[in-house]
Design a protein around this ligand. Structure first.
Ligand code: ZN
Length: 257
């Protein structure tokens, strides 16, 4: 009798553990950067689903409604007007990349700008063929971020949207850079190289990072070298009016900077 009640209980515990533990050493992303560049801004994956795969990452929201920061398991939405919101779990995302952040490397960072930070991170985490996630909590003399407003159909391309992006110049703020460095082989799927979003300490400003002057910072880094999982949106991106045959890497370079 004891055995027959014990075994099903173990099974239940095992299943629930599988469902609630995010995969470690894995980058999970929603859709592709080329889809986003082509103007596929309708999401099919909810924040609740994305959250199951990690607690740290970046991306955007339904209809391109602002920049996404996922930090310590909380989603922040920095809208085109600069306001910061906490979107509901049923909100959809057309593009996001997240990890279960388990840092293995820590460093104190001195005064530096964005270009110097990239050089420093290349020294600290030299293997460019692995994914790496970076959390940098810092004090900034200045930081320039951008966000974009929600788009209406028919959706313009991302290059067209970015021409009318909102740029925010924040001064004397502290906050966290949420960064991802992707290997060269993600071309077409994600952004090769560095991609940073920012959220202030007070969670009242942020966005996609364009430039900064950091006074000091504390780095935590996590490398990912096991799995790269892409959630493919079945309806939107694969509709045959979306042309994904172009090489959009040059356009992407301009948009990211
Ligand atoms: Zn971004």
């Amino acid at each position: 009798m004891k055995t027959s009640t014990f075994v099903p209980l173990l099974l239940v515990l095992g299943l629930s553990a599988c469902r609630t533990t995010p995969p470690s050493n894995q980058v999970t992303q929603v859709a592709t950067i080329d889809g986003l560049l082509a103007g596929v801004y309708d999401g099919e994956v909810s924040l609740a689903e994305i959250r199951k795969t990690g607690n740290f990452g970046l991306g955007t929201y339904q209809s391109l409604d602002g920049e996404m920061v996922l930090l310590d398991g909380t989603f922040y939405q920095i809208k085109g007007d600069g306001s910061v919101h906490r979107p509901p779990p049923e909100m959809l995302s057309p593009f996001a990349a997240v990890v279960d952040f388990q840092p293995t490397l820590y460093a104190e960072l001195e005064e530096m700008d964005l270009a110097e930070l990239k050089t420093r991170l290349d020294e600290l985490v030299p293997n460019q063929n692995q994914f790496a996630a970076f959390s940098i909590h810092g004090n900034f003399a200045s930081i320039r971020t951008r966000s974009v407003a929600a788009q209406k159909k028919p959706y313009p391309t991302l290059a067209e949207v970015v021409e009318i992006q909102s740029v925010f110049d924040l001064e004397n703020v502290s906050g966290t850079l949420v960064g991802l460095r992707c290997p060269p082989f993600v071309k077409g799927l994600n952004v090769p190289g560095y991609h940073f979003h920012f959220i202030t300490e007070e969670k009242d400003a942020g966005g996609h990072v364009l430039a900064f002057e950091m006074i000091s910072g504390q780095l935590s880094a996590d490398t990912v070298n096991e799995e790269f999982m892409v959630m493919l949106p079945k309806n939107t991106m694969h509709s045959d009016d979306v042309n994904l045959s172009h090489d959009r890497s040059k356009v992407l370079e301009v948009i990211e900077q």
